[in-house]
Design a protein around this ligand. Structure first.
Ligand SMILES: NC(=O)c1ccc[n+]([C@@H]2O[C@H](COP(=O)([O-])OP(=O)(O)OC[C@H]3O[C@@H](n4cnc5c(N)ncnc54)[C@H](OP(=O)(O)O)[C@@H]3O)[C@@H](O)[C@H]2O)c1
Length: 330
């Protein structure tokens, strides 16, 4: 009885104020928005994994700014639906879907070859596609799936398109990493997870590789007019949790506190268009967490030269083993 009276009392006192506070709480979790009004007419943008989630919303925004946007998608049917939707909504007919499977280096090479034949310029490359908590599996070329898709696939794609980016300078490369990189370790002794595999750690490993790759590539690209930055988009309600029913359920239960894909795309958009980032390179960005009107800020992660050098050398070796000459491109 006492509890009912107390509950009613608290409800009367705090109920209305909670109701008023809800939009503010929601805005807090939505994070910062990109305030740049930059137009992208005449610019060519390539976004991987753009048929859904953060990639699709990034594509929608950049299409609104007038860019020619190429959606590089594994599932051509889903990709075409997304491209049609963006064309219809934005009126921009320069939104095109191309097939790309980052888990297959043949597909990546084929994609790059077609792209270079058809597109004379590339101003913004957004390496967005990703998998998380994937059960143990290998890509067509024998790489552990997270490492292969999230990191190595984008690594190969970037190198194959690098000369076009340099020719189109000023140009930007945006690598969608994750906060998960902070707990990530590169397990050099068991890179492919053959001795020990834990899905979460495999995801973190691929994301820390993104960050170090960003830093190393930025160093090597100094003076070329091509910048490269990495980012964490926030915790976003998307299809990323598809391989874990438990995490999918948790994501649904706490959806109020998660970003929508549109909110999650803001940091990618910011890195791709913000005028003040014209010459900023080798940085890791995350969304401002305090107020929805705050511009995204960036934080520096301490460089780790020995680790970076080791990654660089390991990756070159990996690709040399695949018979690829890409290590010579830098
Ligand atoms: N959501 C978050 O909370 C969060 C947090 C931190 C970082 N991120 C990062 O943000 C990026 C986008 O994630 P999201 O949340 O938008 O997830 P999502 O909705 O699952 O989108 C992932 C995209 O990647 C594509 N993809 C997966 N494997 C591919 C492959 N082998 N080849 C080509 N494309 C492939 C997917 O295509 P299909 O639809 O055909 O599978 C999809 O378009 C990822 O890199 C993710 O790690 C997300």
């Amino acid at each position: 009885m006492m509890l009912v009276i107390l509950g009613t009392f608290l409800g009367i006192i705090f109920g209305p104020s909670l109701f008023i506070l809800v939009p503010y709480i929601r805005n807090y979790f939505a994070g910062a928005i990109c305030k740049s009004k930059a137009k992208l007419n005449g610019k060519v943008v390539l976004i991987t994994g753009a048929n859904t989630g953060i990639g699709k919303e990034t594509a929608r925004d950049l299409a609104k700014r007038g860019a020619r946007v190429i959606l590089a998608c594994r599932d051509a049917a889903k990709g075409e639906v997304a491209a049609c939707e963006i064309r219809a909504e934005t009126g921009n007919q320069q939104v095109i879907m191309k097939k790309l499977d980052l888990a297959d280096t043949k597909s990546i090479r084929q994609f790059a070859e077609n792209f270079l034949a058809e597109e004379k310029e590339l101003h913004i490359l957004i390496n967005n596609a990703g998998v998380m908590l994937h059960p143990y599996a290998k890509t067509v070329d024998g790489f552990e799936m997270h490492l292969g898709v999230n990191y190595l696939g984008h690594f190969l794609l970037t190198f194959l398109l690098l000369e076009r980016l340099k020719q189109s300078a000023p140009a930007r490369i945006v690598n969608v990493s994750s906060l998960a990189h902070l707990v990530g370790r590169i397990r050099f002794h068991d890179l492919q997870g053959e001795k020990f595999y834990q899905r979460g750690l495999a995801y973190c490993q691929s994301k820390v590789a993104n960050v170090h790759f960003t830093r190393e590539l930025a160093r090597r690209l100094q003076g070329t007019g091509v910048t490269v930055n990495a980012l964490h988009p926030g915790t976003v309600q998307s299809e990323l949790t598809r391989y874990s029913s438990v995490v999918s359920l948790l994501w649904k239960m706490f959806s109020f506190f998660l970003k929508t894909p549109q909110e999650g795309a803001q940091t990618s958009i910011y890195c791709a268009v913000a005028e003040e980032l014209e010459s900023v390179t080798g940085q890791y960005f995350r969304c401002g967490v305090c107020t929805v009107l705050m511009c995204c800020g960036y934080i520096k992660r301490a460089p780790n030269p020995p680790l970076t050098a080791y990654i660089s050398q390991q990756i070159n070796t990996l690709y040399m083993n695949l018979g690829s000459p890409i290590h010579q491109n830098l």
